[in-house]
Design a protein around this ligand. Structure first.
Ligand code: EPZ
Length: 436
């Protein structure tokens, strides 16, 4: 088991090149199944979720090699149409392989991924949409038996909620279907645009229209393509929240700043100075932050639910009372209990979190129970007085590439240690010396 030891209270300064997007890499890796050829994906982050997606690809018959942040996927050998239960449960977003398998193979056998710490995560929109395209899907003992007696046929699908995963699954199933498909009320996250860009590079005809519609013209075959994955906007927002909470002057490089305009306003309302230039965002934070009232998570381009926890951690020591409303997931406040153990004063009323700012947090042993709660506890530990021992590191490694090295590059004093019994073995280089 590993822990991350954080000695808080330091300002964050310096430049950090941002990792590639987890939530873009995963559907694009699934899309490789559709291409009868070799695809080269650059800027793929080294994450356990990405490794899990690679294992599924290899199980389906692909050959995958990694060189640094570049993955090469040869999907000419795709033949298997089943995904074992353990692989489905290892990463719940593996449901996005369903659309790709139906598109390429015309059948799929896999288990429903089930819920997770943040919610039930139903897939009713995925299944109803794939059935509308002509897939016969039988649900038995939490397993999906899917078959297309003929080629999938394009149709108009209107989503009752702009589900990211359902939008991705429809896109993956529709690009090789007969005829055209229109998705109404589709998700508009940047990761959707990135998936569309990769599919078009493979020879698909996908058009992202204004007003949340996506039009797809089915083609006969897709070939491999070379693509660079967009940067991870949620990792960017997490590191910005850390800089805001600790005070400092941080530049994130290799970012698409347009992807997080809705959150920049929150940082500015809290008293930070945010400067966005092409490919870079700079955040400067002096002194105590001010509270921000009425932050409401919404589908893109609204405030992203994945940034809710980290921004909440940042606001724990702001002056005044902040209010955050989580409208996307029903159970996404697991970080609150641990933040309160560090001295925060947060009350939960249903989907509403009321954060009464305190002068400072105090480091202690805390445990992350989900990915973004882990990012939030790292932010809190960096801002806190004293030492924080952050456990549940495996959750963090799902979505943040080498979080301690990234933050150490910004002058944070943190290291990962393997805990064997009660003996800690530290294996990180010394902290970079920075300004006071
Ligand atoms: C994607 O999850 C992201 N994951 C999530 O990021 C992100 O929080 C979420 O989109 C919202 O932006 C990946 O891209 C791998 P949804 P997804 O379908 O596709 C309900 C992270 O931390 N819903 O847009 O599962 C659902 O219950 C992760 O990186 C249905 O009711 O999100 C939820 O309340 C966490 N029926 C809401 O929609 C369905 O069939 C949003 O879900 C599908 C979804």
């Amino acid at each position: 088991m590993e822990e991350i030891i954080i000695r808080g209270g330091r300002r964050l300064e310096g430049k950090l090149r941002l990792q590639g997007s987890k939530n873009s890499s995963l559907p694009i890796l699934a899309a490789c199944v559709l291409a009868d050829g070799v695809s080269v994906l650059h800027n793929c982050p080294v994450l356990t979720d990405v490794a899990a997606a690679v294992r599924i690809l290899e199980h389906l018959g692909c050959t995958v090699t990694r060189e640094g942040h570049t993955l090469t996927v040869d999907s000419r050998g795709v033949s298997c149409y089943t995904v074992p239960e353990d692989m489905m449960h290892e990463m719940r977003s593996s449901i996005v392989f369903l659309g790709a398998m139906l598109g390429r193979l015309g059948k799929a056998e896999l288990c429903t991924p089930g819920g997770c710490e943040i919610g039930l995560r139903p897939i009713d929109l995925h299944l109803s949409s794939l059935r509308a395209l002509g897939a016969q899907i039988e649900e038995q003992n939490a397993c999906l038996h899917c078959v297309c007696r003929e080629k999938l046929k394009g149709t108009v699908i209107s989503l009752s909620f702009p589900s990211v995963g359902a939008t991705e699954n429809i896109m993956l199933a529709a690009v090789l279907a007969e005829g055209s498909t229109t998705i109404l009320n589709a998700a508009r996250e940047p990761e959707i645009d990135d998936l569309a860009a990769f599919l078009c590079a493979c020879g698909a005809k996908v058009q992202i229209c204004s007003g949340g519609a996506i039009r797809i013209e089915g083609v006969k075959k897709l070939h491999g393509a070379e693509h660079t994955v967009i940067s991870d906007r949620i990792a960017a927002l997490t590191y910005m929240a850390a800089a805001a909470a600790c005070g400092g002057d941080v530049v994130l490089e290799q970012v698409q700043t347009a992807h997080f305009l809705s959150v920049n306003r929150v940082f500015e309302q809290a008293g930070c100075r945010v400067t966005a230039t092409p490919g870079e965002v700079r955040i400067q934070s002096q002194g105590r932050l001010s509270a921000v009232r009425d932050i409401r998570t919404l589908p893109y381009p609204g405030f992203p639910t994945d940034a809710q926890a980290a921004v909440m951690a940042m606001l724990c020591t702001a002056k005044g009372t902040s209010v955050m409303v989580e409208t996307i997931f029903e159970n996404r406040f697991h970080h609150v209990h641990e933040l309160n153990r560090m001295g925060a004063r947060i009350r939960i009323e249903g989907r509403v979190a009321i954060i009464d700012g305190v002068a400072s947090l105090t480091g202690t042993a805390v445990t992350a129970v989900d990915l973004r709660a882990g990012g939030a506890l790292a932010v809190a530990g960096l801002a806190a007085k004293g030492e924080t021992v952050l456990r549940g590191v495996h959750h963090i490694d799902r979505g943040y590439e080498n979080i301690e090295a990234c933050l150490r590059a910004l002058c944070a004093d943190m290291e990962r240690s393997a805990v064997r019994g009660n003996r800690q073995q530290k294996f990180q280089p010394p902290v970079r010396q920075c300004g006071g």
